[in-house]
Ligand binder design. Structure first.
Ligand code: URA
Length: 248
């Protein structure tokens, strides 16, 4: 939980300078969760604690933030689930920003999921015209023959249209299974699973390992981190956006 001193919070929310904010606190004009605070050392959690000045709510200045989560299987990529299953937001409960997932991974799929509060970034990352490459490792049933590999690479017919070209390579062959790396630049619903099903090698396990230049490096399963400036610079250049991770 990122705590912040009350006077610093007031200053960053544009209420007044830090010194003037201190004076306001001492004058009893500031309340936290309904209780007047006169102590200058008080810390609050931006976005969680309700702060008012002269009875009026202070809106935190929304910083744009970008998180990379290594999603485990068994988490749903929505804010609320009607079946009460765990959601990816449960894994980032200590993040003091209201972020949402960029695209989605299936309940059973693992791996790289971005979360942000930057709508334009999310739009560009997921819009097909930006052709953002997403790479997955799939464990599929059976032997992936050269003919089927070619079909996947050239595009397969799904109910909602033909898939674009993909890059596919076999990583390992195991007993009755094949481990395959596949890169696609579209994002149809359950696309990778449906592509492999179409060539009769159903997916047994699926993990997304990269999106564009972003990878899971250094992030354990179930953990997250803020994107670094150099990563944001690269992805921003690709999307035509100037990005930085609001102070994190
Ligand atoms: N393709 C799928 O089939 N599932 C995912 O979660 C992502 C891509």
């Amino acid at each position: 939980m990122t705590e912040e001193r009350l006077q610093k919070y007031l200053a960053s929310a544009g209420v007044a300078s830090r010194r003037a904010s201190e004076t306001m606190i001492q004058e009893g004009r500031v309340a936290v969760n309904g209780k007047v605070i006169r102590e200058l050392g008080t810390k609050i959690v931006p976005g969680k604690d309700q702060v008012t000045v002269d009875g009026k709510p202070v809106q935190p200045e929304e910083k744009l933030v970008y998180l990379l989560l290594n999603k485990p299987a068994g988490y749903i990529t929505t804010a609320k689930d009607t079946h009460n299953r765990p959601t990816v937001l449960d894994l980032i409960a200590d993040v003091p920003y209201r972020v949402f997932p960029v695209g989605r991974l299936d309940y059973e799929t693992e791996g790289l999921l971005l979360l942000t509060n930057d709508g334009e970034f999310a739009y560009r990352m997921t819009h097909p015209k930006f052709k953002m490459m997403k790479t997955y490792v799939a464990v599929v049933q059976g032997v992936l023959t050269p003919e089927r590999l070619d079909m996947l690479q050239n595009g397969v017919q799904l109910e909602d249209g033909r898939t674009g070209t993909a890059k596919v390579r076999i990583l390992r062959k195991e007993n009755h299974k094949t481990v395959v790396e596949i890169s696609i630049h579209e994002g149809k619903n359950r696309q990778v699973r449906r592509m492999f099903k179409a060539v009769k090698n159903p997916v047994l396990e699926l993990k997304r390992i990269s999106v564009g230049t972003l990878t899971l490096k250094g992030v354990n399963l179930g953990e997250y981190r803020y994107l670094q400036d150099d990563e944001l610079k690269k992805v921003g250049q690709r999307l035509g956006l100037h990005l930085s991770n609001g102070g994190n």
